[in-house]
Design a protein around this ligand. Structure first.
Ligand code: AMP
Length: 281
């Protein structure tokens, strides 16, 4: 596995790969890799000749007072894990190269970015769509792999690709979970042992939603109220948002019909965790 940071180097290597007519699978990450990331890399390896993984903690997608500085980093460990999962090229750009002096260009996706994490984290998705665009331009992948864990992000990026006629396929893969259901996340590292136990309430609340919907409940308010009661009964949990939305425009639903996304964000101390499930009735 090669590791490169320079933008010029990645262009050269990608140029060579394209000359050889190899297909490129791409997995963008912020590093501190876990099984969730590795599942994406393994799938990319199965479906492409050449796999690029990027590690970039993108300052543009963090708000003031968020965890940009504290975000966990361990490049040596990431190198080993990425290589073992099938990564051929690890791209680790520097922020000063990605955003040169005078940087002025941004990509915005409307509407889908207004609710859920977009409401809690103003400017977050603008940072995500902008950096992913830049990474796509540098890596020019045939396929890019994203986790359902960040469902809104994946749906926003899917819309961006369609709207801007970008020539690649976005593939969304299932959320990888710990044994108690907690979605794997680099941010789980922030949790104290008590918070770690409490954090399983995110997935428990989503399972409760699924159970109620499977039993025929169609009133989104009733489902949300039950989830909210469960979350509020957990000591350290502070609810950020809890929503049931359609999967096209991500608009809140009153009545549950067709395919919808149940999404939740909960804070434990300073740590904000998100999770979601798709349900279909
Ligand atoms: P991040 O490093 O958190 O920005 O995540 C990089 C990619 O990995 C994104 O597409 C995430 O959705 C995906 N990802 C993160 N956690 C998980 C997980 N538990 N299961 C599957 N994919 C994940």
């Amino acid at each position: 596995m090669q590791v490169v940071g320079e933008l010029r180097s990645i262009r050269e290597i990608i140029g060579e790969i394209k000359k050889r007519e190899m297909t490129i699978g791409f997995v963008p990450t912020m590093g501190f890799l876990h099984e969730g990331h590795l599942s994406l890399i393994r799938r990319a390896k199965e479906e492409n000749d050449f796999v690029v993984v990027s590690i970039f903690v993108n300052p543009l997608q963090f708000g003031v007072g968020e965890d940009f500085e504290q975000y966990p980093r361990d490049l040596e460990r990431d190198k080993e894990l990425a290589a073992a999962a099938g990564c051929d090229l690890l791209f680790v750009p520097a922020a000063k190269d990605m955003y040169q002096r005078g940087y002025a260009t941004f990509v915005d996706v409307d509407r889908l970015t207004e609710g859920l994490c977009g409401a809690s984290r103003p400017g977050h998705f603008r940072g995500v769509t902008t950096v992913v665009n830049k990474l796509f331009n540098l890596v020019s992948p045939h396929r890019a792999y994203f986790g359902q864990k960040d469902a809104q992000q994946a749906l926003v990026l899917q819309r961006m690709i369609r709207d801007l006629n970008m020539d690649l396929e976005l593939i969304i893969l299932p959320t990888i979970r710990e044994s108690d259901g907690l979605a794997m996340s680099s941010r789980n590292k922030y949790l104290s042992s008590v918070e770690r136990k409490e954090a399983s309430v995110l997935y428990r609340s989503l399972r409760l939603a699924r159970e109620l919907i499977d039993r025929g409940e169609k009133d989104a308010l009733i489902v949300k109220k039950s989830m909210e009661d469960l979350i509020r009964s957990t000591r350290g949990a502070v609810l950020d948002y809890l929503e049931i939305v359609d999967t096209d425009e991500l608009k809140p639903l009153e009545s549950i019909n067709g395919k919808c996304l149940v999404a939740v964000a909960v804070k434990f101390g300073a740590t904000r965790l998100i999770d979601n499930i798709f349900v279909e009735v």
